[in-house]
Design a protein around this ligand. Structure first.
Ligand code: DP6
Length: 326
């Protein structure tokens, strides 16, 4: 059987995915928009072997069993069904960014797994098919399949809930400066968070307004209009965190240093610097700015008490196959 190796970038959402209408199929309650993060990646190799009695998973040199393996086997089961094969697989995966760096690795991990796994099974899936497959492992992974600036359309069924590129990476020289304020793993993961999103009285209002925010963000990206982009990105992040903070149980991801960074970014913008923030399900702050301002933003972020590191990434390309050999 073939060994296939693939690489995928994580991504940062500008319009967030929070809440599913189907938690098993990961069909979201609204669309989302993101940018792939160049230079950061997960590299995954998959080999189906008749001799194996179960799937095996090695992440960064450590064997993983239990829930982590089950989530991978779930995707391998879908691939086995599509390819009509019964062999178990050996999955080797590595992130080139530290797992404690506060960057969610599930997006790059499941995008790389969908591509490597399907190639190892000799399937030649289209980009929408790969995006749908990655989505079943982690919703945001559907957005790490296409290139550059990406939109995940919520779709009406399982078949049309996939992501596509709205602009290539070189369309707009935007940079994500990730201010690391904590390297700790989050207490409540996104999967549990999506499941309790409907318990917030604010979620319905957030979802009802989603297509308006998507339109504004998409147009701002296409027109490279940073002011319009900055206001909608911060609004969307704040709306998602309002839902998180008012769900049952309540999810509070920000630390005092997170608030210090957000407040500094708003002040810099008032002073004329083009920068805005967005925050995922954790305390680290993604500061988005034009590449021309990134050195200044990087320097200013490092001066804030509680910021322990800053990672800088420009827009990245599509998930790609690295090798495919017998
Ligand atoms: C806050 O894709 O990590 O980062 O489908 O359960 O794996 P699962 O959730 P995940 O959720 C991402 C949540 C977010 C916002 C976003 O990336 O859109």
């Amino acid at each position: 059987m073939t060994t296939a190796t693939a690489e995928a970038n994580p991504n940062i959402a500008f319009i967030k995915y929070w809440g599913n209408r189907d938690n098993i199929l990961r069909l979201p309650v609204s669309g989302s928009i993101s940018m792939n993060l160049d230079g950061l990646f997960t590299r995954t190799s998959v080999k189906f072997q008749t001799s194996l009695s179960a799937d095996t998973l090695i992440i960064n040199g450590n064997e993983v069993t239990g829930k982590g393996l089950d989530r991978v086997s779930y995707i391998l089961d879908i691939i086995r069904g599509m390819a009509d094969i019964y062999d178990h697989a050996e999955v080797l995966t590595e992130n080139n960014f530290p797992s404690g760096a506060g960057i969610a690795s599930s997006a790059s991990a499941f995008a790389a797994l969908a591509l490597a796994g399907s190639k190892a099974a000799n399937l030649d899936l289209s980009e929408p098919e790969l995006s749908r497959l990655a989505r079943r492992g982690s919703g945001s992974a559907s957005r790490s399949i296409p290139s550059g600036f990406v939109e995940w359309q919520m779709g009406t069924t399982e078949e049309d809930s996939f992501s596509f590129s709205i602009a290539e990476p070189d369309h707009w020289e935007l940079v994500d400066c990730i201010a690391i304020v904590s390297a700790a793993h989050k207490k409540t993961g996104s999967t549990e968070g999506h499941a309790i999103a409907p318990t917030s009285p604010l979620q319905d209002a957030r979802v009802a307004d989603a297509s308006r925010r998507l339109d504004i963000c998409r147009n701002a990206i296409l027109n490279k209009d940073f002011d319009a982009f900055a206001s909608i990105v911060e609004l969307d992040s704040d709306m998602m965190h309002s839902v998180m903070m008012t769900s049952t149980p309540a999810l509070h991801y920000w630390s005092p240093a997170s608030l210090a960074v957000m407040s500094a970014v708003r002040q810099w913008r008032d002073e004329g610097l083009s920068a805005c923030y967005t925050v995922d399900a954790g305390p680290n702050i993604h500061v988005i700015c034009p590449a021309s301002d990134s050195q200044m933003v990087d320097k200013k972020l490092r001066e804030i008490k509680g910021v322990t590191n800053v990672l800088v990434a420009k827009a990245g390309g599509a998930a790609k196959t690295i090798t495919n050999s017998d």
